[in-house]
Write a protein that binds this ligand. Structure first.
Ligand SMILES: NC(=O)C1=CN([C@@H]2O[C@H](COP(=O)(O)OP(=O)(O)OC[C@H]3O[C@@H](n4cnc5c(N)ncnc54)[C@H](O)[C@@H]3O)[C@@H](O)[C@H]2O)C=CC1
Ligand SMILES: CC(=O)[C@H](N)C(=O)O
Length: 343
């Protein structure tokens, strides 16, 4: 089968690999649609994210959907022909794992996560995956939308962490896929107004189309903008989804007293100055949000009910053979989401 493999010297090339055999609790999925995530592009450019280093050939891609073509002997709830999306993180599930036991499985330290060294991802014609982490898609949900359940899940988890609710003023910095999808979920939860910031007009336009007050922080003062939008009250919830140091610093200036700040964007340099007394004086809840847990069924429902739009994020779709060109397009920074489709 064909796969797109990133070599140790950071060449992204098509390589032939053996088609995997599904284990007894696995399904074999013929891939149909796989999104290119910022983390894929980061590995492609730098060969590492923190301690995860591409020191042997790695198949990228973790936003995936396809069709079941074979099932393991012990799988009885999925069948050949089912259209599925794959949750890319499979925790260890051991009884002595505190996180798996407590159901905070996204925090399992021994998770296997697609396209995170040494675990291969989904830019491959076939992927064998545990059936427990493969979710059937209703007919009304396209395979492209199914693949984008992964970043949508990040948005659901961040809104759950923040407890976004009816009438909350939500401020989101960063209008990439994560910021925009957090915005979609916040809107469904009843947030109003939503103030979104970025430094690129093309990204801000996507936020505006989705009903947000869009602020270009390269030109305008975000603090004044949020003050005006909330009649001086400031944001109930701040979601930082850019990873940019100035935006992270800014979070404390745009949140109301007693409000919540959730950091989801990963900073290139995680040492960002914070006025800790401000956190205390204003009794802020400062939270982190890491991937997601129990979000796939919710995401499928949101899509089936047409409550959120994920396909509107997609700028282009290319075949697996053009994967390198597709990565270069995403690298330009002007697109929100590029997809690889399979024949
Ligand atoms: N915590 C988690 O579980 C996850 C974290 N991430 C992280 O979330 C962040 C967002 O992911 P994507 O949307 O895929 O990235 P992205 O790179 O597509 O989007 C980031 C956006 O922030 C904008 N930006 C840059 N400087 C800014 C500033 N000063 N103020 C406001 N916006 C600014 C950029 O122009 C860009 O549109 C990344 O740091 C990524 O690594 C992604 C997935 C999961
Ligand atoms: C940080 C990422 O972008 C990636 N989706 C991950 O969850 O590792």
């Amino acid at each position: 089968m064909r796969t797109a493999v990133l070599s140790e010297d950071l060449q992204l090339q098509i390589a032939e690999r053996d088609r995997p055999e599904p284990g007894e609790n696995e399904v074999l999925v013929r891939m149909r649609s796989v999104g290119i995530c910022g983390s894929d592009v980061h590995y492609y450019e730098h060969g590492r994210i923190g301690d995860y280093v591409v020191d042997s050939p790695l198949v990228l891609g973790h936003e995936s959907a396809g069709e079941v073509v074979e099932t393991g002997a012990a799988v009885d709830d999925l069948h050949v022909g089912d259209r599925v999306t794959l949750e890319p993180g499979v925790p260890c599930g051991r009884d002595d794992c505190e996180y798996c036991r407590s159901d905070e499985y996204n925090l399992c330290p021994d998770v296997h996560f697609m396209a995170t060294p040494p675990d291969d991802g989904a830019f491959a014609e076939f992927v064998a995956w545990p059936a427990d982490y493969a979710y059937r898609l209703p007919e009304s949900v396209s395979l492209q939308a199914g693949a984008l359940i992964e970043p949508l899940s990040v948005g659901i988890h961040v809104c759950r962490r923040a407890g976004v609710g009816l009438g909350d003023a939500v401020y989101i910095s960063g209008c990439g896929p994560i910021g925009l999808l957090a915005m979609e979920v916040a809107r469904v939860a009843g947030a109003e107004p939503i103030i979104a910031t970025d430094v690129l007009p093309s990204k801000l336009e996507r936020a505006r189309e989705r009903g947000a007050i869009a602020v270009n922080v390269a030109e305008d003062d975000p603090i004044a903008a949020v003050e005006k939008a909330t009649d001086g009250r400031f944001a109930d919830v701040v979601i930082e989804a850019s990873g940019a140091a100035p935006a992270i610093e800014n979070t404390l200036d745009v949140v109301r007293r007693g409000g919540t700040v959730v950091l989801v964007g990963l900073a290139a340099d995680s040492v960002v100055p914070f006025d800790t007394n401000e956190i205390i004086d204003n009794e802020l809840d400062l939270l982190g949000s890491f991937r997601y847990r129990h979000t796939y069924p919710t995401a499928i429902e949101l899509l089936a009910n047409e409550q959120v739009d994920v396909e509107g994020l997609v700028d282009f779709e290319m075949g697996l053979d053009d994967v390198d060109e597709a990565f270069r397009r995403v690298q330009s920074g002007e697109t929100v989401k590029g997809m690889i489709s399979f024949d």
